[in-house]
Design a binder for this molecule. Structure first.
Ligand code: S3P
Length: 179
């Protein structure tokens, strides 16, 4: 696609608690883009919470939902997309996002992630005896996928606003660079 600008959207990937939703919402506001959270789309379509989907239908069904939503995203424009933490660990999903979006990965250490998510009960994958250990395992397994993002942003000790501004800067640079 030399000479054309196919980066129409901004996709945020990264582990649970990396800040995709809060950074994404602010970035969308600042860019005057629509904000879309794939978990919310799935909940609305399925008519139940992510926790209920995992409990009643199982993780493979949830991953099917994600795959279908990712396909639909290829038709979006001017959208900031916050993805579920496991979505880009499936190669076709990440490849699809890259066809229309700058994919930015928000990064944080397992300890920081645990601090951010520990008060929240809605993440079924962390309902475990040792959630910090589970975060470490999942993060290690997913790191190679997250590293395939176009941009990697460390969110440690940075405010949501700082991260959002940095992400927007990267997005604007990517858009003005012919691909
Ligand atoms: C998941 C992350 C969650 C949600 C689901 C599975 C994951 O989204 O999609 O609980 O596999 O890491 P957030 O990253 O928005 O918490």
């Amino acid at each position: 696609m030399i000479g054309t600008h196919s980066i129409r959207n901004l996709a945020l990937i990264g582990f649970m608690g990396s800040g995709k939703s809060s950074v994404g919402r602010l970035a969308a506001d600042l860019l005057h883009f629509t904000f879309l959270d794939t978990d919310h789309v799935i909940e609305a379509r399925a008519g139940k919470s992510i926790t209920d989907i995992f409990q009643q239908d199982g993780e493979p069904i949830f991953r099917d939902w994600e795959r279908r939503i990712v396909e639909e995203l290829t038709r979006r424009e001017k959208t900031v997309i916050a993805t579920g933490g496991g979505m880009p660990a499936i190669e076709v999903n990440l490849a699809s996002l890259k066809t229309h979006a700058l994919v930015v990965c928000l990064w944080a250490s397992p300890e920081t992630i645990w601090e951010r998510v520990r008060g929240h009960a809605h993440r079924p994958l962390l309902n475990e005896a040792d959630p910090l250990e589970r975060i470490r395992q999942l993060l290690t397994a997913r790191e190679p996928h997250y590293r395939q993002a176009g941009v990697l942003v460390n969110t440690e000790r940075r405010s949501v606003r700082e991260v959002a501004q940095h992400v927007i800067h990267q997005f604007q640079m990517a858009q003005s660079t012919p691909r």
